[in-house]
Design a protein around this ligand. Structure first.
Ligand SMILES: NC(=O)c1ccc[n+]([C@@H]2O[C@H](COP(=O)([O-])OP(=O)(O)OC[C@H]3O[C@@H](n4cnc5c(N)ncnc54)[C@H](OP(=O)(O)O)[C@@H]3O)[C@@H](O)[C@H]2O)c1
Length: 328
């Protein structure tokens, strides 16, 4: 099979090589045993892959390795008792090995892909939408009729967050850094969009009639204190990531004064260690898909051999929606 490997830790420009490799075995370290083999049609590209080309991600496999955490494709083989069978269209989270024509994924992270979504959308589904559902519903306790502020609202987690929040009956306000990204956030379904370089905190307070109920934050950095200030009483900031570069520190008296909360949402660790949490998320996302409320936004698509360009787009803050590799 054709696959992209990370062969050195020198950044997206030079770390990747297109290779001819044997197909993977139907086994996966996350299941500790058998796995689903997927004929990959599209591979999702995410921030961890950018970091992996520099050796900066927390999970550091020995070199060389095939990166790529999720795919959309067709099941080639499945172990006994799996929830999918050969020929099924699926969205799968494989953690590694997705930038290839064949990938192995654990059964519990392989989900049926409805006919209404194409393979590129399948490659955009698990990481961002399962994270958004986990963060908003299970960690942020988002309720119908509440208002959500979504940072990085034109990005992968951001567009997913808008759609999941809308699907759960909430009103959404997106924060973005450019006019192009404002357009993307609106097309993803944001009710309101404010600009990160403007007086967004005051605008958000005005638009929400005094403060939002939940902030979904994949960005972090120096806007974090204003995120807390944007909450109404009993509001929650859900911490998802730090694309802004720095990890914020908080004066916790603000939480006491405002009766507010900050909660962390680490989807992978929760879904891998607690099958019932994984199942609740999967059921929630599946229901929203069945109701036609999720339509993953695919921004740029590159052929497999141009994986470096895909990573550089993310690295330069130029990506919108999900970036994918078209594999076959
Ligand atoms: N906790 C979890 O379980 C979990 C799961 C999935 C992903 N994540 C994390 O969530 C974060 C977002 O992932 P994503 O796939 O949504 O990424 P993305 O598509 O690149 O979107 C991130 C957004 O961050 C904003 N941003 C602000 N400052 C930035 C900077 N200096 N460089 C790049 N972007 C910057 C950008 O929006 P503006 O330009 O509009 O500001 C961008 O659209 C990542 O850190 C990822 O690792 C966490």
């Amino acid at each position: 099979m054709r696959a992209i490997q990370i062969v050195e830790l020198s950044g997206p420009d030079s770390a990747l090589r297109l290779e001819e490799l044997p197909d993977p075995e139907p086994a996966h370290m996350l299941s500790g045993g058998p796995a689903v083999l997927v004929d990959v049609h599209a591979a999702g590209v995410s921030f961890p892959e950018v970091l992996q080309t520099r050796g900066e991600y927390q999970f550091k496999p020995p070199l060389p390795f095939v990166p790529g955490s999720e795919v959309g494709g067709v099941v080639r083989s499945a172990p006994d008792g799996a929830g999918v069978k050969p020929g099924d269209r699926v969205a799968a989270f494989c953690m590694l090995g997705g930038f290839a024509e064949v990938a192995a994924a654990p059964d519990f992270f392989t989900f049926p892909l409805p006919d209404t979504l194409d393979f590129a959308q399948g490659a955009s589904l698990v990481l961002n939408y399962h994270t958004a559902y986990f963060a908003l519903k299970l960690r942020g306790r988002l309720g119908e009729g509440e208002t959500v502020l979504v940072h990085g609202a034109a990005g992968g987690v951001g567009t997913a967050g808008i759609q999941v929040a809308k699907g759960l009956g909430a009103r959404t306000i997106g924060v973005v850094s450019s006019a192009e990204k404002e357009q993307v956030a609106r097309e993803a379904g944001a009710d309101e969009v404010v600009r990160a370089d403007g007086p967004w905190k005051d605008e958000v307070k005005e638009l929400s009639g005094g403060g939002v109920d939940v902030v979904l934050d994949p960005v972090g950095g120096d806007r974090f204190t204003d995120s807390i200030r944007s909450l109404r009483s009993f509001g929650r900031v859900v911490v998802v990531g730090f694309t802004g570069g720095s990890i914020p520190e908080v004066k916790v008296n603000r939480l006491l004064l405002g009766n507010t909360e900050i909660v962390g949402a680490g989807w992978g660790a929760a879904a891998m260690s607690q099958p019932e949490i994984n199942a609740r998320i999967a059921q929630g996302v599946e229901q929203l898909m069945a109701d036609g409320l999720l339509d993953p936004v695919v921004g740029a698509s590159f052929p497999l051999e141009r994986a470096a360009d895909a990573l550089k787009l993310l690295d330069s803050r130029g990506a919108t929606g999900k970036v994918v590799l078209s594999v076959r």
